[in-house]
Ligand binder design. Sequence first.
Ligand code: BTX
Length: 325
Amino acid sequence: ITVTNKLAQRLMEASGEPVSGQQLADEFGISRTSVWKHIKDLQEKGYEITSVKKKGYVLMGLPDSLEASTIQPLLKTKRLGKTIEYRASCESTQIIAHQLAQTGVPDGTVALAEEQTAGRGRMARKWDSAYGKGVWMSIILRPDVPIQRAPQFTLIAAVAVVRAIEEVTGLRPDIKWPNDILVNGKKCTGILTELQSDADGIQALIIGIGLNANQEPADFSDEVRDIATSLKMESGGHVSRQELVRSILFYLEQYTEIYVKEGFGVLKLMWESYSTTIGRKVRARMAKETLEGIAEGITEDGVLQLRTADGKLHGIYSADIEMEK
Ligand code: BTX
């Protein structure tokens, strides 16, 4: 971390209070001219810093970037985001996270990008990831739980993202089983959980979160324009991606700790309270068959319980869900 970044962090921590040039010079052991040069560097990077006469420098706004140096000072986590691998552009943050996980990086390491050229969804589907418009993030977790308990992490991540969206925008998102987050019926987030495991169990969970923050309709490809939305389109204003990242990591850390210590109970209730799927008539398209029925709930393992017209209860592990109005 450079002096310039430390200075940015110091101004962030002052939360809107001015800090004098002299004080910064003393704290960092540099000259006032040097302080002024670092401030100029930050302004060029997009930090909004004003200088208040006789009082000092005030940080008014952050650059619209997900670089580690901008994100890390904001974090309120103990583990998640302590290491951030940032790319302006990459194929997929999942690929980066998989490679990092194999090199033994710590639990909580995060890969973030402004743009993905080959962002992916489930079953090799594409994920639209326009430059600077969303949060394209993969989080490496190394939970100490048996492998059967891995699928619930997708559901837990969905609850964390919903809580973050509520907190940052005031919108009320819904969850569509297992991994879609919708606002007003349109998809604004997808979650993809992948696993590295061996005979000893889970080596790493790679939780990929794709969150549409500030797209306009023109930023989406023709294939998804009608089904996708962004938080900006729904809330009417620009949304801070940094605050979203901070809040997602905060809730994900809390909820995964609860899950590992206490099990799925409370989180299952939270998930169900946000779900639009439960209690509705749905069609579940799976690789080999399609079933129609009422979605009655999820099990402790996160399996969707679907009751068909003949009264049978089916456990659905993976499917695309269509809902009737
Ligand atoms: P999914 O298979 O549930 O959803 C993929 C489908 O969603 C696509 O087929 C398309 O119809 C639609 N779609 C594609 N892009 C968007 C978008 N931006 N907004 C709304 N709908 C879209 C969901 O898979 C899991 C997506 C995870 C994405 C993250 S981003 C960070 C990480 N890196 C990476 O490559 N993937 C994950």
